[in-house]
Design a binder for this molecule. Structure first.
Ligand code: AMP
Ligand code: ZN
Length: 108
């Protein structure tokens, strides 16, 4: 946990501009975005991965924040993905959800 990059971001040891923050959750852009909008929604508590998440209240808060980010990022009808990597597929062992988009082509 001492070396966890997301804990360091939470503790302001690594400077990061947050898109959203409250007492339980932080949201910031992925450093290596795969889409024009690529946000990471991260609980402040060091939960190693999705399979270890047991707190339904926290999960509900995360859901609400992701839905809020979908709206404020104008992704509601633009195609988006919400993903979580686990079971060793993840690079960072601190639970986080990816919100990526847009995926749909739009005529102007
Ligand atoms: P995952 O494979 O799901 O663990 O994804 C980890 C994500 O964290 C990757 O998409 C990285 O680009 C991203 N990432 C790593 N370090 C940072 C950082 N300092 N700030 C923002 N995003 C980061
Ligand atoms: Zn951590």
């Amino acid at each position: 946990m001492d070396t966890c990059i997301f804990c360091k971001i939470r503790d302001k040891e690594i400077p990061k501009e947050f898109t959203y923050e409250d007492e339980d959750i932080m949201v910031f852009p992925d450093i290596n975005p795969k889409k024009p909008i690529h946000l990471l929604i991260v609980p402040k508590e060091h939960i190693v991965e999705f399979a270890k998440l047991t707190d339904d209240v926290l999960l509900s808060k995360i859901r609400k924040i992701i839905q809020q980010m979908i709206t404020t990022s104008k992704l509601s009808d633009a195609g988006y993905q919400v993903t979580v990597n686990g079971g060793g597929l993840q690079d960072i062992d601190h639970l986080h959800f990816h919100l990526k988009g847009p995926w749909l082509e739009r005529e102007v």
